[in-house]
Structures are given as C-alpha cells and as structure tokens.
Design a protein around this ligand. Structure first.
Ligand code: PLP
Length: 398
C-alpha cells in the first residue's frame, strides 16, 4: 500500500529531533555532523538562539496578514537587501522555483512594456537547475525532470555552459533574457568562468536583453560574498534568492533593478504567503547576522581552509575522491565509485552530505561552521574512503 506521505523522495531511514549549530541528533540517539544544511538552507546552523527568538516572538505577535496591508518586516528586509546589493526593489515569495518564475515574469514584462512583445524566450544553460514547477522544468531542460510531465512550457532555450563562443548563436529575435547560476549547484558544483560571465553581460548589453542570476543556492553568503556574482564584478538586472535567506524558514525573493521592477504594477503579480511577517522577521535576523562585521570574512577564511583540507582528502583517497571544486562553503568532491555509495559510507561515519549531478558529493555546511568542524568532517570523509577501499578490496578477493 502507498504510504500516507507521497513517495516522491528517496529518503534515508533517519529522522532528527534536535539540532545545535552544525550538529543534529537523530531519533536513534546518534549525533551527526551536518554538512548538507538541509540542501544549503540552514545558513546560521540549527537552533540559532537569535533566529529561534525572532521566530518565537513574531509568531506570538502576528504571523500572517496578507499583502492587502503593509508588512513592516518585509519593508525592513527589502531595505536591507537594497542597501547591500545592486537591487532597487525586492519581491518576496516562498521558494526558489517561485522566485525564478517571478524573475522570468519580470524579464518578459519589461520587454513587453519596452515595445518588444516578441521577446519572450529565456536562454538557459546545459546542466542548469532552476526548480520543479512546470515552467522551471523547462528552464532546467533536463529530460529526467520532465518525463511524463509534458507538454513542456515553451519559451526556454539552452546553450552550452561556460562556452562564450556558442553564446551569440543562441540569441534569436525572440530572446528576452539570460538566466544562469554563477555556480551550478545540482549538476555538480561548477563555477561559471569569469570570461563566460563577462560574455553574458556583453551579449545582454549588445542585444538589449536582461541578465538574471539564479542565486537560490549560491546566495546569502554561501560563497563568501553576500551574492556569488560579486566575485565576478558583473552587474545583473535581476536575481532570484531562496534556500539560505530564511535560515530554514521558507522564504524566497526576487531582487531587481528599477528598470525591471517598475513594471510589476499593482495587481500584476502576487502570492498569498509571500513576504509574510513571520518569514520576513526570520529573513531580517538571518541577513543581520550575515551582514554583521566579520561574518562573511569568516565564511571566506573557513571556506578557503576547507578547500585546502579537501585537496588533502583527495590526495589521500585515491580511487574514491579525485577532485574538489567550488568556492567558499559550497564545495563538491568528485567521486570515483557511485556517489550514492559514497554518501552512504560517509553517513555511516556520522557525516551528512548531499549528492549532486556528475557523481559529485556536495558539501554545504551552515555558514557558522568552524575550521575545527571542517577538519572533523574531513577526517570522517577519509575514514569513509578507507572503508570503501577496504570493501572494494574484499569484493575482489571473494
Ligand atoms: C534549489 C534550487 C532551486 C529550486 O528551489 P526550490 O526552493 O526547491 O523551489 C532553483 N535554483 C537553484 C540554483 C537551486 O539550487
């Protein structure tokens, strides 16, 4: 018989009842080091005292009022984002896919209002991941996510990632804008090259297109800058944000320049839950922490040290891990055996990770992680590699 909870996830047989910082305690009593952070979400770690206090206090006052009224918490969070980014205005929603939908709608609407109603197509890239709504499985383009869910939504084209030469060929009279992840996450932690990012901006300026970054995974401090595009010095027109911005509370956002944002006139777009007092109070606390002096410097320092430790893991685990990629606290280890086997071996050592495409083990710990905790994680990775090698040798013998 089908379980009451729909079977659309492949879940580990493990449930957690208490977290603290980078640690989670399972119902079986075992403690785990959490380098998955709920897929790059719990940016301040588990049970962060300030975030817990904010949510408890806000819940006791007012959780939801709808966008029929002013929401001071949303105004405060938008103000913080505008002050600290390229953006002039912010739209709140509830998830990454929804943020990307908002980003696409803004791009199309702006082209429409600017006298280009024929410009409706969004250029995306091979290996992208933009979410699971009907439009976003089209944007993602991966047939595995589309199977049986057709007809696919029109208006999304694809070109090779990190290939500046094929970029111009992909632009048509119908192209409205370009959307790219500064570091592809789901498909295996692949940073865009500087040349590619510069090429994207140049092409957008040349053809009058809008450049959107999907910063759902890379944003809110993950790579050591507030947003990953800052590493490249490239100005976007619009970005989507979710995952880490609520620290575990569901929250998404679209950050845009006035040129795009001004076309979302009253009634043009909306969501019931988007930007509610509880979610935005959580977002304000998360952002205040991340913008506090030294926080991002901490992410960069620990992230660099972690990167070096992972290089060392690679050099000492031949036949299991063969390269490390990524930046800041968004890292991937390329695996030789199937990543699912590696994840299990790593889990057996009490370390939580996330799989990614291209047979990559994803390491995205809470941003408050210390160097000592990174060292502990690397020791567990090495133990897991040893156990995998031992069982592979065993298989050869038998
Ligand atoms: C996770 C992710 C999404 C989808 O976010 P949801 O909140 O699951 O809808 C979109 N884009 C990127 C880059 C992501 O990593």
């Amino acid at each position: 018989m089908i379980p009451a909870l729909m079977p659309n996830y492949k879940r580990a047989d493990l449930a957690f009842e208490q977290g603290e910082g980078v640690w989670l305690t399972a119902t079986n009593g075992r403690r785990y080091l959490d380098f998955g952070a709920g897929i790059a979400v719990t940016s301040l770690g588990h049970a962060h005292p300030k975030l817990v206090k904010t949510i408890a206090e806000q819940a006791a006052k007012v959780m939801h009022v709808s966008n029929l009224y002013r929401v001071p918490q949303a105004e405060a969070l938008a103000e913080l984002l505008v002050q600290n980014t390229f953006a002039d205005s912010v739209l709140f929603c509830n998830s990454g896919a929804e943020a990307n939908e908002g980003m696409v709608k803004m791009i199309r609407r702006a082209q429409f209002e600017n006298g280009h109603p024929e410009r409706t197509s969004i250029l995306c890239f091979d290996g992208a991941f933009h979410g699971r709504t009907l439009a976003m499985i089209s944007a993602t383009g991966n047939p595995a996510y589309q199977k049986g869910f057709g007809p696919v939504v029109e208006g999304f084209d694809h070109a090779p990632f990190n290939n500046t030469n094929t970029l111009r060929e992909a632009i048509t009279p119908h192209t409205a804008g370009i959307i790219v992840e500064p570091v592809q996450g789901e498909s295996g932690i692949k940073p865009a090259t500087r040349e590619f990012m510069e090429g994207l901006r140049a092409v957008c300026d040349e053809y009058g297109l809008y450049l959107g970054f999907d910063e759902v995974q890379t944003g809110v401090g993950r790579t050591g800058k507030l947003f990953a595009h800052e590493w490249y010095g490239i100005r976007p027109d619009v970005i989507s944000v979710a995952k880490g911005i609520g620290g575990g509370f569901p929250l998404g956002a679209v950050l845009a320049t006035e040129e795009l944002a001004r076309h979302l006139t009253p009634g043009s777009h909306g969501t019931t839950f988007g930007g509610n007092p509880l979610a935005c109070a959580a977002g304000v606390t998360v952002l205040e922490e991340i913008l506090s002096p030294d926080f991002l410097e901490h992410v960069r320092t620990v992230g660099d040290a972690f990167g070096k430790m992972l290089e060392d893991v690679v050099s000492r685990s031949e036949g299991v891990f063969d390269n490390v990629r990524g930046l800041g606290l968004m890292r991937g280890l390329h695996c030789v055996p199937p990543v699912a086997d590696v994840m299990q071996a790593v889990l057996d050592q009490g370390l939580l990770t996330v799989g990614a495409g291209d047979n990559v083990l994803r390491l995205v710990p809470p941003l408050i992680v210390t160097e000592a905790e990174c060292r502990e994680a690397c020791e567990r990775l090495l133990k897991a590699a040893l156990s995998l090698k031992a069982s592979a040798a065993q298989e050869k013998v038998s």
